[in-house]
Each structure stands twice: as C-alpha cells, then as structure tokens.
Design a protein around this ligand. Structure first.
Ligand code: C2E
Ligand code: CA
Ligand code: CA
Ligand code: CA
Length: 275
C-alpha cells in the first residue's frame, strides 16, 4: 500500500509536470502565432427574425496551427487571457473584422467579442477608433460584445470606456445573457444596445417550460427597454418559430450557418434561408 501510495504520488507529480510543460509550449506557440499569421477570423450570420434576412455577422477567432490544425477559441482564449496575449490577439481580430466588414457588399453590422482583460488596457478606446479609421468602417456598423464579468471588474473605469465608445457611435451588446449572477442589475448600469440570449436557454426552448418562460421574459424586457434581443445557438425550425412568436429580434445559429471563413461572407449574404 505504501509503494502504491508513493507510485501514485509520483505519477501525479509527473502528470502535473507534463501538463505544466504542455501549457508552456502552448504559450510559446501562442506568442509566435501572431507573427506567423496563424489566426483567422470566421463569420457567423445574424438574421433579423421578422424580415428573415442577414443583418450582421459575429466575428469568431480561429487558430490555424501549423502542426495541430484548427484550434477552437475555447482551447486557447483562457490561456491568452491569463498571459495577457488576448490584448494583441483581440486587437488583431478587431482590425481584421473592421477591414473585412468595410469591403462587404452590404452595410450589415459586424460584432466583435471583447475579453474583460482588454478593458485593463488603457488604450482600448484608441484601439477601437484606430481600427475604424484605418478600415473606413462607420462606427455604427461595429458592435462590441461583452459579458457581465466585464462589469464586475473596476466598473467605474469600465463604464466610462463603454460610454465613450457608445458616444462615438459603436453599439454595445451584453453577451451570454442569463448565465451570470445578477443579470438584471447590469441592464440598469449601462444602456446596452443588444442582449444576446445564451444558447443554453435556446437549446431547451421546445423541451423545457422554464427555458421558454425565461426567453419570453427576456424578449419582453428587450421590448420594453427598447433593446434588441438576439437568440444564440438556434439549431431547429421549432426553436426559430418559438422565437418569432415571442418577438425576439434576431437569431443566430447552425440552423442558418456555422461560422465560416471571410471568403464565404458574400455567399452567406446572398443566400436566402430556404436552401
Ligand atoms: P460566444 O461569443 O458565445 O460565441 C458563440 C459560440 O457559439 C461560437 O463558438 C459559435 O461557433 C457557437 N455557435 C453558434 N451557433 C451555434 C449553434 O447553433 N450550436 C452550437 N452548439 N454552437 C453554436 P466558438 O466560435 O467556438 O467560440 C467560443 C467562444 O470563444 C465565444 O463564445 C467567445 O466567448 C470566445 N471567442 C471567440 N472569438 C473570440 C474573440 O475574437 N475574442 C474573444 N475575447 N473571445 C472570443
Ligand atoms: Ca459573442
Ligand atoms: Ca454568446
Ligand atoms: Ca459563450
């Protein structure tokens, strides 16, 4: 038993080492990825529910690693946030998304995700203004998606940054709505332009009464506050029909399209939903 215990301990220690080492390697790779041009922005269409047309795209970063292939953001954003690398990566995504959107054949919006870490950078407002200026994209076409966690940290400074961006014409969306702790109070702390209803509620829309009740409440809230509501992760016609009945403003999900490379935006723009 003693030997077992020691063996287990050693194994555990080795396991930790291997994990720590894998992390260090990933971090080195991540540092080099920008120079190597390994990031790519994919775009997922957002549709107006009543009109059933594309009204914008969400920019979602991908890491096309030379050896490991396409890496999903879930597998590198957390490390990028811990190491601060999300700041240069996020800046790159922002500039790229603005440049891409400025060339689209229709004046639809582009939504870019901002990490809470990017709000610690005192140059955030300047970075956004420069990305708009360099691309020629009108500020009104840019949407920045933030989660509640952004408002948790240093909220005075964060709120003033958000107000400054909004005064400049950029729209601000509250992402993943309903997954945090005190969602409703955040709606009072800042005049958001849009609420994105988290996929977890949309997924269970047809199967759970409570999810239906929550979606109904949020779309109702959006209507009375004059805030656009976007449902995330719409995968079935049944979900889409329920969202339309509830008066949800916009919908996004695999039912319409997964995120696709920038070269496919024009195809997504011209395609009607019925294919
Ligand atoms: P998010 O902002 O909530 O983005 C929506 C995610 O849901 C995307 O995953 C999208 O591909 C996925 N999705 C869309 N429709 C459906 C659907 O119908 N079903 C299912 N199962 N999934 C759907 P993705 O691209 O893997 O991104 C994951 C997360 O990584 C994002 O969640 C966001 O938090 C983060 N992320 C992505 N790009 C960026 C970025 O440029 N900057 C920052 N800071 N975070 C990013
Ligand atoms: Ca988002
Ligand atoms: Ca989301
Ligand atoms: Ca999410």
């Amino acid at each position: 038993a003693k030997e077992d215990g020691r063996g287990t301990y050693r194994f555990f220690e080795t396991g930790m080492d291997a994990r720590a080492q894998a992390r260090r390697l990933l971090e080195l790779d991540l540092r080099a990825a920008l120079q190597r041009n390994e990031f790519e922005v994919y775009y997922q269409p957002i549709r107006d529910v009543a009109k059933d047309v594309v009204v914008g795209f969400e920019a979602l970063v991908r890491w096309n690693h030379a050896l490991r292939g396409m890496i999903s953001p879930a597998n590198f954003i957390p490390l990028a946030e811990e190491t601060g690398l999300i700041v240069p990566i996020g800046d790159w995504v922002l500039r790229q998304a603005c440049m891409d959107a400025a060339r689209w054949s229709r004046d639809v919006g582009v939504a870019v995700n901002l990490s809470p870490v990017q709000f610690k950078n005192p140059n955030l407002v300047l970075t956004v203004k420069e990305a708009l200026k360099a691309s020629g994209l009108p500020p009104q076409r840019l949407e920045l998606e933030i989660t509640e966690s952004v408002l948790l940290q240093n909220s005075e400074a964060t709120l003033s940054v958000l107000h400054e961006l909004r005064a400049f014409g950029v729209r601000i969306s509250l992402d993943d709505f309903g997954t945090g702790y005190s969602s409703l109070s955040y709606l009072r702390s800042f005049p958001f332009d849009k609420i994105k209803i988290d996929r977890s509620f949309v997924t269970e829309l047809a199967t759970r009464d409570d999810s239906m009740a929550i979606v109904r409440a949020v779309t109702g809230l959006g209507k009375s506050l004059g805030i656009v509501t976007t449902a995330e992760g719409v995968e079935t016609d049944e979900q889409f029909d329920l969202l339309r009945q509830e008066g949800c403003t916009q919908a996004q999900g695999y039912l319409f399209s997964p995120p696709r490379p920038a070269t496919e935006v024009e195809t997504m723009l011209s395609k009607a939903r019925a294919q």
